[in-house]
Design a protein around this ligand. Structure first.
Ligand SMILES: CC(C)(COP(=O)(O)OP(=O)(O)OC[C@H]1O[C@@H](n2cnc3c(N)ncnc32)[C@H](O)[C@@H]1OP(=O)(O)O)[C@@H](O)C(=O)NCCC(=O)NCCS
Length: 417
């Protein structure tokens, strides 16, 4: 059996050995042989290519690369190891990190990882079949790997196909969890990990969210990242307690900041409708297609119908999401009518701890810190964010929720009356 080191040596670089070595023996124990790797079979490739929505012009590169990989024991083992670690490992998901692209594959070198990635098609199908999801939803969901390639990897690699290794780990969820794309957005049924407590007035329907006690906020109600980042800043700390039949706490404005005051809500009038641990739909925003308000509204509405139908015993209470897309600084950067601003105004925004480079990878396809001088300025989004950062602003991420009961009423200003 070839060792991980021998494989990398034959490819030309052992720089990634420490990562490639992880679970090598486990994946090699399951290695079916170069000619029998399921996702490198010609008929499987054509079928996976079609299912993921790649055009038939990709048959040539995919089949050519697969033949070259099958003919080279080191490449075949590396490609298998990638697939096994992402999709089959029973010891946790270990997406590849820093693995080399074999130069001998020329322009097809990114396909050594894209082929195992599109190999997730039968696994997603099986998962969705088990969950009783209809074929059209499965097909919509499966296309995500093409977006990873066409919207992200090609954009960062002069148009050649492949997949960023850091996006592979996420793909496992499509094969194991109730995770689907419905229209513009993706949704994942799971218990909410967001530490918020949402109350609704039984008569008026007004909604007020509280953070837990003890959260540090800047005086403008925003949060930073690590605790040491607050040194030298004036701050306040949230309060949350239950006393005399009331919940007393530091409220969060639906506009996405904490308000330095205490309010008291009598529990006879206010019901807690969502909190940590409740079933929710984690929302994810796949690349491409813009954030057209009506498309997003349609996606939310269809998700509500879908999950209510498929999980009648555990219906979600809210849709939640953490992303740079809910960073309220976007409202300083873009005009009020911009898609991103309108979408934010339709949701209850929640400040959260975040890093100064939160989510910027999705815009610049580069890690933090960004070199402002060389970061791409090809799109309006990139230019505006770079100009904003150059003014010295500390970038943030954000969170949001929308209660399931409010989705039919989703509009610009759902929580702003
Ligand atoms: C970024 C995004 C939310 C923009 O939505 P939108 O404001 O409706 O965007 P539009 O499609 O109208 O594009 C607006 C501008 O941003 C650019 N743009 C869109 N997505 C971009 C991205 N991921 N990176 C860089 N620029 C992008 C467009 O090219 C356009 O610029 P132009 O006017 O110079 O052509 C969305 O298109 C997207 O694809 N995001 C990537 C996925 C993501 O970040 N998910 C969250 C992960 S936590």
């Amino acid at each position: 059996m070839l060792t991980a080191e021998e494989v990398l040596t034959s490819i030309g670089s052992t720089a990634a050995l420490a990562d490639v070595e992880k679970l090598w023996d486990d994946s090699m124990a399951a290695y079916p042989g170069a000619e029998k790797i399921p996702f490198l079979q010609d008929d499987a490739i054509t079928s996976n290519r079609k299912a993921t929505g790649f055009g038939d012009e990709m048959d040539g590169p995919f089949l050519r690369a697969a033949a070259a990989i099958r003919a080279n024991e080191a490449l075949a083992r590396l490609s298998w190891h990638c697939f096994w670690r992402v999709f089959l490992s029973d010891k946790g998901v270990y997406p590849p990190s820093g693995w080399p692209e074999p130069e001998m594959l020329g322009e097809d070198r990114g396909l050594i990882y894209l082929l195992p990635a599109i190999g997730y098609v039968p696994l997603v199908r099986e998962n969705h079949k088990r969950l009783g999801f209809p074929e059209d939803v499965t097909m919509e969901t499966i296309a995500q790997v093409r977006h990873y390639c066409d919207d992200n990897f090609r954009r960062g690699h002069d148009g050649r196909p492949g997949i960023y290794l850091n996006q592979l780990g996420w793909m496992r969820y499509y094969t194991t969890d109730p995770y689907v794309r419905i229209g513009r957005l993706e949704f994942w049924l799971q218990p909410s990990s967001r530490d918020i407590y949402v109350y609704r007035n039984r008569k008026t329907g007004k909604t007020i969210a509280f953070p837990p006690a003890g959260v540090t906020y800047l005086m403008d109600g925003n949060r930073l990242g690590k605790p040491e980042e607050y040194e030298g800043h004036e701050t306040f700390t949230s309060k949350l307690e239950y006393k005399d039949g009331c919940v007393i706490g530091t409220p969060l404005s639906p506009k996405g900041y904490a308000i330095q005051e205490e309010i008291s809500l009598p529990l006879v009038d206010w019901e807690m409708v969502f909190s940590k641990g409740d079933v929710s739909l984690g929302m994810h925003i796949p690349s491409g297609g813009g954030m057209d308000f009506e498309k997003c509204a349609d996606s939310l509405k269809r998700a509500k119908t879908f999950f209510t139908k498929h999980f009648p015993d555990t219906p979600p209470k809210a849709v939640v999401c953490s992303s740079w897309i809910f960073n309220t600084q976007l409202q300083e950067i873009f005009p009020p009518e911009a898609n991103l601003c309108r979408f934010q105004r339709g949701l209850y925004l929640v400040p959260c701890a975040s890093s100064p480079g939160e989510g910027l990878w999705f815009v610049f396809l580069r890690g933090w810190p960004l070199d402002f001088a060389t970061a791409p300025r090809e799109t309006t989004l990139q230019k505006k964010i770079l100009d904003y950062l150059a003014e010295g602003h500390r970038w943030r991420g954000g969170q949001m929720f929308i209660l399931m009961d409010d989705i039919d009423n989703f509009r610009d200003g759902t929580y702003l009356d």
